[in-house]
Design a binder for this molecule. Structure first.
Ligand code: DX5
Length: 223
């Protein structure tokens, strides 16, 4: 089981989002991506922070059993502080909380105290300035390019300047913070996000709805 988060050289990390996988056959869904993707993301939704409920630590543990890839847990949860140990226990190696959630700074400190990598996510309407004070606490900054809550939404090109500004801010900080983009990523928008500065791309519906997910990932790597 790989726990380190490898950042490939010369291309963005490809991170399947299991939200769009077939939960009736998780192992089968993940099989084609296990050797081609860099990490895997579990999209956790509590029905409060976003108008949808997805899954919790139990499915995260199932993903742990179904894939050797490091697990990135994106908590779209109103009060994430209560759940950090449970996701660490379930096998997450990186936990991302939202800047708009309760006690974000305390969460980031606790995630690192648990020995995990810490990520901060911004909804589309939250300005980048909200994330900048947290940079010293971060291993990853996630710029959402859809409104969190559902897979299969269209990429919001209006977010690209925010991705570019985030890349500039990270570069200016001199800190090693990965810049992740999540929402509506396909073979066209992946290029836009990577050119804007993303070095980690979360891909849900475009990957798991592809006739051949492995070929889709191989194609992305060539871009
Ligand atoms: C939204 C989710 C989705 C998911 C990716 O809350 O976070 O963005 O990860 O789904 P697609 O790739 O289908 O937009």
């Amino acid at each position: 089981m790989k726990t380190a988060f490898p950042l490939p050289s010369g291309r963005a990390a490809l991170v399947p989002s299991v939200l769009s996988a077939d939960f009736a056959c998780l192992k089968g869904s993940l099989k084609p991506v296990n050797r081609l993707a860099d990490w895997v993301q579990v999209d956790v939704m509590d029905g409060r922070f976003v108008p949808n409920i997805s899954f919790g630590p139990a499915i995260t543990a199932a993903v742990r059993r179904a894939s050797p890839l490091p697990i990135d847990a994106h908590l779209m949860v109103a009060e994430p502080l209560n759940f950090l140990e449970a996701f660490a226990e379930a096998g997450a190696g990186l936990i991302t909380v939202h800047a708009e959630a309760k006690d974000a700074a305390a969460c980031l400190k606790k995630i690192r105290a648990l020995g995990l990598k810490a990520g901060l996510a911004l909804r589309p309407k939250t300005p980048l300035s909200r994330a900048l004070p947290y940079l010293p606490l971060l291993d990853l900054l996630l710029i959402m390019t859809v409104e969190p809550g559902f897979g299969g939404q269209a990429f919001m090109p209006a977010m690209l300047p925010k991705v570019g500004a985030a890349r500039q801010a990270i570069r200016g900080s001199g800190r090693k913070v990965w810049l992740q983009v999540d929402g509506g990523i396909n073979s066209d928008t992946a290029v836009l996000a990577a050119v804007a500065g993303a070095d980690s791309l979360v891909i849900g519906s475009a990957l798991f709805r592809a006739p051949d997910p492995a070929a889709f990932l191989k194609g992305l790597k060539k871009l």
